[in-house]
Design a binder for this molecule. Sequence first.
Ligand SMILES: O=C(O)CCC(=O)C(=O)O
Ligand SMILES: [Fe+2]
Length: 334
Amino acid sequence: MMTAPKPSYSCACFYTDNIFIQEFHVHVLSSQGCRTSEQFRNVLETIKKEVERRRKLGEESLHRRREISLHYKPLYPEVYVLQESFLAAEFLTAVKYSKSPQANVEGLLHHLHSITDKRIYRLPVFIPEFCAKLVEELENFERSDLPKGRPNTMNNYGILLNELGFVDALTAPLCEKYIEPLTSLLFPDWGGGCLDSHRAFVVKYALQEDLDLSCHYDNAEVTLNVSLGKEFTDGNLYFSDMKEVPVNERTYAEVEHITGQGILHRGQHVHGALPISSGERWNLILWMRASDVRNKCCPMCDNEPVLVKTLGDGDGFTSVREDREQTVDICTLT
Ligand SMILES: O=C(O)CCC(=O)C(=O)O
Ligand SMILES: [Fe+2]
């Protein structure tokens, strides 16, 4: 029996809510108002443009992917295929422990560094040589005149790794074989044991470009953020609390970047990044999704998702009913 490729879905709130207004460094819902009519008009215009951009996102991404696969010549083809030699020894030990029959969270915590009591964990992930090569590869791509998809409206200089072909042989096996054993112990209550898709991108900060990242939560159940270098000062991450904690009750913890080391946190943990004051900062971000969790409650609007079929990768929602219909259609044809 043949099955068609699985359709992708976003929640309808992607086309109405959580739109970042650069001028005020805030995310707004389409229904929120402003103080002056001029502000309101500007905000409306920004929202209109952003909604338009989001609607075309899937199609444009597929177009870029095709162009890149036809015309881009990688500098280091080997960085697209995960090898254990890219991974830090401490990471491999933590993964091995997590896969062992006696593994439990207390035991795993001996292999990680807990940052405060906020369920934020640091551990070495990549060896520095791999980080340097990956950044060089991405710089090479940046120099090409091929089209580039940016991660989101808060980040204008990062790169979407799926468009370059990094998912199948690098980030997917990294998530499935190495990260999930850890997250299933650390975040079982957030789908850490049933992560089934992810969005992979790099963020880049430099003096004439983006310097910092406003406070936000991710469209993810669990996030891994790995520092890739290069040389920079400041730019620490900061974490407050889960998004449901009232703003006046939130406390903040700052987290430094160390090349090759990753920070694992819950996607709904509110966080941001302070401005760098010199150099260039690159980080690999994996927004990992669990359809079991998000199918019940969309992490961006906190409602049961209203599924909208999208081109491209979608946001990790699945539809049991549609998938069944999809299989039936093809069977009828063959
Ligand atoms: O700047 C960073 O390293 C954080 C990036 C981040 O939080 C995100 O893209 O979701
Ligand atoms: Fe984030």
